[in-house]
Design a protein around this ligand. Sequence first.
Ligand code: 6MZ
Length: 354
Amino acid sequence: MAHTIAGFAADALNSLSASQVEFLQRLPKAELHAHLNGSIPLPVLRELAYEFLAENISNPAHDVALPDLVRTGVEQLQRGVVLGEIHQFFALFPAIYALTSTPDALRRAAHAVLGHFLSCSDGYPQAAYLELRTTPRETPSMNRLRYLEVVLDEVEKYPREQAALIVSLDRRMSPAVSMECVEHAIYLKKGGRRVVGIDLCGDPKAGNMDEFAQQFRTAKEAGLGITLHIAETEDCPAAETLQLLSYEPDRLGHATFLDEAAKKIVHTKEMCIEICLSSNLLCKTVPTLDDHHIRYYLGHDHPIVVCTDDILPFRNSLLGEYALLMAEPPLGLGLTEPEVEKIARMGMGCRFGQ
Ligand code: 6MZ
């Protein structure tokens, strides 16, 4: 079936009856896998781009290539991103990053993302609880600690039961930078700030995973939850997957291509799988919903949580992801209300910040 970029989740949602949609809206859902810079609502991104271009075009001292990069990137996001394969996905971020490089722009982006998930539309919030994740960046006007403080200031405007922050390490980071990020996370947590975990993300082809062992050990010892993007693409080496599992994560992002040895560890340790249906379909790591590994985990009664990943490029929503569980095949998995309710409950049970 051909889908537009917004297709999978929107088609599933449109196929449900009003009472089914209300059932999903009422369900307390946890969003545990949402990347800040991938979740900025499009109108806010457009506003940031407009201001950025006005400022940079009139300022010849600034990098001349950046306005073009931003214009092209934002146009692409507006038109709707169509990916041939997942590695093209990561090329979207330099343009977005240019727009969230000052404390004020970052604050506005974080405010909008939190508002999208947590404030009520049609009487219900998208999520009852959000663990937002982001990769601290050093820019000309912020160091990495300041980056985290700006985001935390917005997260902490919501009650503890509603919002918390996960600090992401990008696979491309040098050991010194990733350790610096972990140290900031620990420092902030010790100071009572709402950092609950550490994530590993970024292009699955990048980086050397040997270099992250000490970082995750240190984070774990400090009581932070650990979640790792793992085996997201078919070419992720099995040895790397086993190595990442040896860091004893609590949760796993995607976990699409686990072999039997990896699955055994994941089951024994009951590691929660963060499932991002639209993301996997649109990045083409999974050909159809029917082939999706969610079926395997549901069949094994293994803990999962259903999440959006990046609503900006994927044009999905948490409600839409839940609609994919409930819509009749081939639009969805055709699960019953009690089955979907059980999944939502499992997701709430996988929070770091409990
Ligand atoms: C791996 C992903 C991702 O951290 O700058 N990111 N990493 N797999 C994915 N699946 C599609 N989606 C997003 O948010 C953007 C960053 O999140 C990671 C990428 O490293 C991206 O640069 P933050 O807020």
